[in-house]
Design a protein around this ligand. Structure first.
Ligand SMILES: [Zn+2]
Ligand SMILES: [Zn+2]
Length: 227
């Protein structure tokens, strides 16, 4: 019997695909339950706080149960829901790329904004990539299990998805990715990855589906991925 603890990744915001009872809007967000801490964390917040909160509640989770929110980058479709999140849970810990810390701090003057520079463990087996890239700096999230396997959650990957993949592979065996791949076309980096959940801003979904028909996974709001 496999007794490996499993992360649950609930898709709470996406603009491409939505299950019954859930709402859609422009952006991306995933709600993560960490089996090593029993905490919930949010990765990105979509562009609309009311849509986001509706979807989180559909999973029977209350905002005040969420311990951390990790914002990939400041673009509206990833951070637009943050003010509603903070309104419902003023104690939530907020992680943003270091270069945007000051602007988030101005907007959320009552909150402590944590600026992320290097890769660091936010809580057990949940690691931020640190801020990656030059013009738009972005952070992503790595989930790690006991077998040293990695699941990568990304926002828009403006700096290039391969940069996040290369870093993941220094930590363990990369098994899955979800999020926005933007204009990514360096498909050879995806070889060997079991779950390829390209969604949100991914331009070349059809090409990815064609090249990896057994591993491409359609991601819809309302879906849960276990890892
Ligand atoms: Zn963006
Ligand atoms: Zn985006």
């Amino acid at each position: 019997m496999n007794t490996e603890p499993k992360f649950k990744i609930h898709i709470v915001f996406d603009n491409r695909c939505v299950r019954n009872g859930f709402l859609t809007g422009f952006g991306f967000s995933a709600l993560i339950r960490n089996p090593y801490t029993n905490n919930y964390s949010l990765f990105d917040t979509g562009g609309d706080g009311n849509v986001l909160i509706h979807n989180i509640r559909q999973f029977e989770v209350n905002l005040n149960q969420i311990k951390n929110v990790v914002i990939s980058h400041s673009h509206f479709d990833h951070s637009g829901g943050l003010s509603e999140v903070v309104r419902h849970n003023p104690n939530i810990k907020i992680y943003v790329p270091k270069e945007t810390q000051a602007s988030f701090q101005r907007k959320f003057s009552q909150q402590e904004i944590i600026g992320v520079e290097q890769a660091e463990e936010i809580e057990k087996n949940m690691i931020t990539s640190g801020q990656i890239g030059s013009s738009i700096k972005e952070e992503a999230l790595y989930l790690k299990n006991r077998s040293q396997e990695i699941f990568l959650i990304v926002g828009c990957t403006h700096p290039g998805l391969e940069k996040f993949i290369i870093k993941a592979r220094t930590m363990g065996n990369l098994k899955g990715i979800i999020g926005g791949f933007h204009g990514f076309r360096k498909y050879s980096y995806l070889e060997g990855i079991e779950i390829i959940g390209a969604c949100h801003c991914t331009s070349h979904i059809q090409a990815i589906k064609k090249r990896f028909p057994n591993h491409y996974k359609q991601i819809c709001v309302g879906d849960t991925i276990s890892f």
